[in-house]
Design a protein around this ligand. Structure first.
Ligand code: SF4
Ligand code: SF4
Ligand code: SF4
Length: 451
């Protein structure tokens, strides 16, 4: 085992500075003793690692082919501690090797690696000849950290909010409904017959968003309502808990709460007897539904059909429900969110919509399923200010990739991607504007009902 796991040299003391500023990690560590650490690690490895974990770890031949896939590794001039296999060595590998007898110093570094130096983006998995899923191993480390009570404070706060309110941002029920009425009111100044049909039973579409929309980005609700209205969609939004489709518990390692969140979301859609759920532009929420959360609940299939808005917008265009009124002439590039592209193959539909509204699209390379993550995903941006520098410095390659396009606009259909890319644009002075698909569709579609 390399000495990178022991957190004793000067470089590592320097690396660990953000951890000292994080009470979620430091206070959690204070409460732990050796016996608890050993017991929790072994119980979790036994119950949730199983044969799959052993095969993944035993199969790795340390060839390093996955290293160049990781934006953290590339952005740190190929420092091996940021390689995918280096991260596994600093986390789950050592826990297995030592049979749970690891020190608090080791855990400080392990929690930092798992939560702030890996976006669970799965880019590296594509380049491993054995298909070893590093993201799964890192997620298992987060699960152990959760059970030990050492999760970054900001991320844990969002998980607490999910537990208490079923939404990520402590939005009260009346605030949520007020936001919908407020956006309906605003939109009616432009489209007088527009409605946001709350609690409509039997609608074709249950439209769900993530909690930051009513909190910080209400214009996205306005825009979605305008698009639904002009498309003549039969849709509804819920007034009750379940309306928030986001899921930070998936990333904090709180799998039990993740399962409850998914169940609540689907049960709410079933309560309204809708035909399908259309989700706003978010990557992780979609992953939680089509993959992780759904599987935790042990369902054979989804109880209600789910569609990401990239897929939905492409459908509206293809069926002629929305029409292009004008095009963007500035140079536009596309960021492929891992969770809907590498995870779900929506890259071509994304391009169909972007090309329909933009006549000067330039690709960044590598792209599509080979695209680099924004470095915000996997809950990393939700670990908050103490760790911001880690993720921004850890994605210099994304900045270089974006700058090389010469584009002035980046389209990214994912909230977290926006958060991450905004910080990168600022840090590296890229002077680019970020847009959702909803922004460009709303601004450039035909609006026959508008006054
Ligand atoms: S950030 Fe992505 S590429 Fe890097 S180790 Fe994690 S999953 Fe792999
Ligand atoms: S490419 Fe696969 S086998 Fe090679 S070091 Fe990475 S995880 Fe191990
Ligand atoms: S934030 Fe966006 S790019 Fe980053 S992991 Fe999530 S989907 Fe991928």
């Amino acid at each position: 085992m390399s000495d990178t796991a022991t957190a004793t040299n000067d470089k590592e003391k320097d690396l660990l500075k953000p951890v000292y500023d994080d009470p979620g990690i430091m206070k959690g560590l204070e409460k732990l003793d050796e016996a608890t650490i050993e017991r929790v690690i072994n119980e979790t490895l036994e119950a949730e690692g199983g044969a799959r974990l052993k095969i993944l770890v035993d199969t790795c031949v340390h060839c390093g082919l996955c290293s160049d896939a990781c934006h953290f590794f590339l952005s740190h001039d190929r420092d091996p501690i940021y390689s995918p296999v280096g991260k596994v060595k600093q986390t789950i590998w050592e826990m297995l090797d030592k049979k749970g007898k690891v020190s608090k110093e080791f855990l400080m570094r392990a929690v930092q690696v798992a939560h702030t130096e890996c976006n669970l983006c799965r880019r590296c998995v594509q380049y491993c000849p054995f298909g070893i899923d590093t993201a799964h191993l890192i997620a298992l480390t987060r699960r152990i950290c959760h059970k030990l009570g050492i999760t970054p404070q900001y991320l844990q706060d969002t998980a607490h909010s999910h537990s208490a309110t079923y939404n990520q941002m402590w939005v009260k029920e009346d605030e949520w409904v007020d936001s919908l009425f407020w956006q309906e009111d605003e939109a009616r100044d432009e489209l007088p017959t527009l409605r946001i049909p709350v609690e409509k039973e039997g609608a074709d579409i249950y439209y769900s968003v993530i909690a930051p929309e009513p909190k910080f980005r209400t214009q996205l609700i306005y825009q979605a309502a305008a698009i639904m209205h002009e498309a003549g969609a039969d849709w509804t939004m819920s007034s009750l808990a379940g309306w928030d489709n986001s899921d930070m518990c998936m990333y904090s390692g709180d799998s039990e709460m993740m399962g409850r969140l998914k169940r609540k979301h689907f049960e709410d859609a079933m309560r309204l007897k809708v035909k399908r759920i259309v989700m706003g532009e978010c990557g992780h929420a979609f992953r939680s539904i089509y993959d992780t959360g759904n599987r935790w609940d042990g369902w054979e299939g989804l109880p209600v059909q789910v569609q990401h808005s990239v897929d939905f917008f492409e459908e509206l265009l293809r069926l002629g429900k929305i029409k292009v009124a004008s095009k963007i002439h500035e140079k536009v590039t596309i960021h492929d969110p891992c969770n809907i592209v590498r995870g779900r193959g929506l890259q071509e539909k994304l391009r169909t919509v972007v090309h329909a509204f933009c006549d000067n699209v330039v690709e960044m390379y590598p792209n599509k399923e080979h695209n680099y993550c924004c470095s915000a995903g996997g809950g990393v941006i939700n670990c908050g200010p103490p760790h911001k520098n880690t993720r921004v410095v850890g994605n210099r390659v994304k900045a270089e990739q974006m700058q090389a396009t010469g584009a002035s606009i980046v389209v990214a259909p994912c909230h977290n991607c926006h958060g991450g890319l905004e910080d990168i644009i600022h840090k590296y002075n890229l002077g680019m504007e970020l847009k959702f698909l909803g922004d460009i569709i709303y601004e450039h579609m035909e609006k026959p009902d508008a006054i």
